[in-house]
Design a protein around this ligand. Structure first.
Ligand code: NAP
Length: 226
């Protein structure tokens, strides 16, 4: 067991770097073939993490869709889908959200110390709430996940979460999909926000693979551990 899981960041962005628009409807950046690829990546991980705002805004299920892949996981002695993980400072999460309601897999909420009591009260028994400091410390969270047997963690956004993993040097791999259109609205969420990134013009990431998937491009970058 390593001290932290292998961390794989997955994101789809528009040509101009946005991961959503400002409308209420969910923006589909990818295509069916790529959604299936993401499903395969999910099936190969022990846990999937999204930020609390993505749960509130997108209401994702975060389950392995393919029955074949679910069966293959079970045959390997794993749950049908990876553990679902989120983190929150405010603890303002809806126990009826699909993140909690869908799938019989374990759900873990890493919560800031000050909101743990209210978060536990709100969520009841739909998730395990873990006190992870104030603010939530990524190293603490990753060490706790490693202690639960998570060796491979997929981080599926949003931008605040990606920014923190990248600026903290806690990402091992980035799978970035570029959709063939522009959002063109500076008020829309971006892939990452402002920050000091260990990868900059003097320390470039390694481009491991790039390939078209229908009308999108997948670029896989490897990041050196810092
Ligand atoms: N295209 C894609 O691949 C993709 C994937 C996922 C999401 N998205 C989009 O991304 C947008 C959401 O991104 P976002 O940046 O607003 O939100 P986010 O990254 O999903 O979640 C941010 C929230 O996570 C919690 N958080 C983050 N860092 C924390 C820390 N260190 N300690 C404690 N809590 C912490 C806070 O929750 P609390 O507010 O509860 O305290 C914070 O508000 C949505 O528009 C969604 O559609 C796109």
């Amino acid at each position: 067991m390593t001290e932290r899981p292998y961390v794989l960041l997955s994101c789809a962005a528009s040509i101009d770097g946005y991961i959503d628009d400002t409308t209420e409807e969910r923006l589909l950046l990818s295509n069916d073939e790529d959604f299936d690829r993401v499903d395969e990546v999910r099936a190969g991980c022990d846990a999937i993490l999204v930020g609390a705002n993505t749960i509130r805004r997108d209401n994702p299920r975060l389950l392995v869709r393919s029955e074949e892949r679910r069966k293959a996981r079970v045959a390997r002695g794993l749950p049908e889908s990876p553990i679902k993980v989120t983190f929150t400072a405010r603890g303002d999460l809806d126990p009826g959200a699909k993140f909690f309601a869908a799938g019989g897999v374990e759900k873990i909420v890493y919560c800031s110390s000050s909101a743990v009591d209210s978060c536990c009260e709100r969520l009841g028994d739909v998730a395990t709430v873990v006190d992870a400091g104030d603010p939530v410390d990524l190293d603490t969270m990753l060490a706790d996940l490693a202690g639960r047997g998570v060796q491979r963690l997929m981080v599926e956004g949003g931008g605040t979460v990606h920014t923190q993993f990248l600026t903290a040097g806690l990402a091992d791999e980035l799978q970035l999909v570029i959709a063939p259109f522009f959002v063109g609205d500076s008020a829309a969420p971006r892939f990452v926000g402002t920050g000091q990134f260990p990868h900059h013009p003097g320390n470039r990431m390694t481009l491991e693979d790039v390939r078209p998937i229908g009308d999108v491009i997948l670029a896989r970058y490897l990041l050196t551990r810092s």
